[in-house]
Design a protein around this ligand. Structure first.
Ligand code: UDP
Length: 486
């Protein structure tokens, strides 16, 4: 064995089975591999093929990176066969069962650890049992949340100070205390774990918090220059250990990596790129609501009308509520009238590839953290349309702290699984699109700010940049913790 192989660290990466978690985790795994760490990514049979081509490409370029498959015990947990991703859950009752199946993965994980002797594990926050497994083997475990510093700080302040108890209605605003900026929220924006204190939610949240406190630290897909005050607050005020290593999407440098990032795109990439090539710089609005949100027919109809009224060009990724045909929500003759002006993509778009095109000048987003960070990285200002989870917090970061986006005006957090109708009317949609895509002073200022952040994002991951150096520092520290070979 040469000395390089002898000193090579071996890491297990264990993502949660949702696109918004698997995609960045695989990017992170590839980053570690590029830093000469041997990497094993644990995926289930139906999720593995989504990433296998990318991993094969990395391997043929000389990286030591592999996928290890673990069977997902859907049937044993009372779920139908073939459920291995939260995207395909169809009722709230399936959610606790999904987590029962996940918990059953602890034993197979421990078998894998016995067999392969990894030096450390990076596991998603939704897999708290992995911390216990790592503890049994005496190796460090890092948690990946999939969110930013800002959210962690807001959430902690809400938990400690409970400022929401002092308001008289769900729509009354309150200030989140003890933060670097004045952040205002309402109870309507809360995530489910605050709103619905079921036994399942409370137990899972407690397990996750406990796992985090026992972990080696947290990996954050963000960069220092984006939210310096919150990175400091998280580490120094909250006392957590964290390494910021993002934006991890920048690991995907060429077209093929950008196209094959996640699900298979429902449109040919050359077609989209050629279509965008015909447009002026910054003239196209890209609209996408992530991998899980589905929108009601009536809301999609309002969106179509609002987009048409605005007169701006757009690329629109549409995923309807279950069993609804896309065509059925479009206003009469919409597609004909929008020919050359609007491009509709059903189901899945190569998002990073589209955002990076110079013709794209705005992003209407559901505020999933990956999407926001990808928008920032591409230097594109946003229209924020949060729906569930921590998306309202992310909206606050974009509009109240960074000031690179305009709110569409959604007031209440929704369920991702049984989405209620939200009705933002076409007039409002048309207005915010015109405001963001037009040449008004406020929009110009947002474009200027987000372009600056985009430059900083790219510098952060280059050699000597803040994220690059944090990743290096982490790897060096992990080398020091390495146990002697058995
Ligand atoms: N994504 C994509 N094409 C789509 C929808 C989503 O490439 O049509 C990617 C997007 O680039 C991001 C991830 O899927 O990396 C979605 O994560 P995010 O945190 O934005 O939202 P979530 O899906 O978790 O709600």
């Amino acid at each position: 064995m040469d000395s390089e192989a002898h000193h090579q660290l071996h890491a297990f990466f264990f993502p949660f089975m949702a696109y918004g978690h698997m995609i960045p985790t695989v990017d992170i795994a590839r980053l570690f591999a590029a830093h000469r760490v041997k990497v094993t990514i644990i995926l289930t049979p139906l999720n593995a093929p989504i990433f296998s081509k990318t991993i094969e490409r990395d391997r043929s370029s000389g990286l030591d990176i592999h996928i290890q498959i673990l069977q997902f015990p859907a049937i044993e947990a009372g779920l139908p066969e073939g459920i291995e991703n939260v995207e395909v859950l169809t009722s709230p009752e399936m959610v606790p069962k999904f987590f029962v199946a996940i918990k059953m993965l602890q034993e197979p994980l421990e078998h894998l650890m016995e067999e392969h002797h990894p030096d450390f594990i990076i596991a998603d926050m939704f897999l708290p049992f992995a911390t216990e497994a790592a503890g049994k083997f005496g190796i460090p475990l890092l948690i990946f949340h999939g969110t930013n510093f800002f959210y962690q700080c807001v959430q902690e302040s809400l938990k400690c100070h409970k400022p929401y108890k002092g308001v008289t209605s769900d729509s009354e605003t309150f200030v989140v205390p003890g933060l670097p900026d004045k952040i205002e929220m309402t109870r309507l924006q809360f995530t489910n774990d605050f709103k619905v204190e079921t036994e399942f939610n409370t137990k899972l949240m407690d397990q996750m918090r406990d796992a985090e406190l026992k972990s080696f630290g947290v990996l954050v897909n963000s960069f220092y220059e984006l939210e310096p005050a919150y990175a400091e607050h998280y580490k120094n005020v909250m006392g957590r250990r964290a390494w910021h290593i993002g934006p991890v999407s920048l690991r995907n440098r060429d077209t093929i990596d950008k196209v094959q990032r996640g699900k298979k795109a429902s449109i040919d990439e050359h077609y989209v790129l050629n279509w965008l090539d015909t447009k002026e710089p910054n003239s196209v609005l890209y609209i996408c609501f992530g991998s899980m949100s589905r929108i009601s027919r009536s809301q999609l109809y309002e969106m179509a009308m609002g987009l048409e009224d605005s007169g701006f060009s757009f690329v629109w990724v549409v995923r309807t509520l279950k069993d609804e045909e896309v065509e059925r929500f479009l206003p009469e003759g919409f597609e004909e009238r929008m020919e050359g002006k609007g491009l509709i993509i059903r189901d899945w778009a190569p998002q990073v590839l589209i955002l990076d095109h110079p013709a794209v000048g705005g992003f209407m987003t559901h505020c999933g953290w990956n999407s926001i960070l990808e928008g920032v990285t591409a230097g594109v200002p946003m229209i924020t349309w949060p729906m569930f989870a921590e998306q309202f917090y992310n909206e606050n970061l974009v509009t109240q702290v960074l000031k690179i986006g305009i709110q569409v005006g959604v007031e209440e957090s929704n369920s991702w699984i049984e989405t209620k109708d939200v009705s933002v009317k076409k007039e409002k949609i048309g207005n915010v699109v015109t405001q963001l895509m037009g040449d008004g002073e406020e929009a110009e200022e947002m474009r200027r700010k987000v372009k600056e952040l985009s430059e900083k994002a790219k510098r952060a991951v280059e050699e000597g940049g803040s994220s690059y150096e944090d990743l290096n520092a982490l790897i060096e520290e992990l080398k020091m913790c390495r146990k002697p070979s058995p």
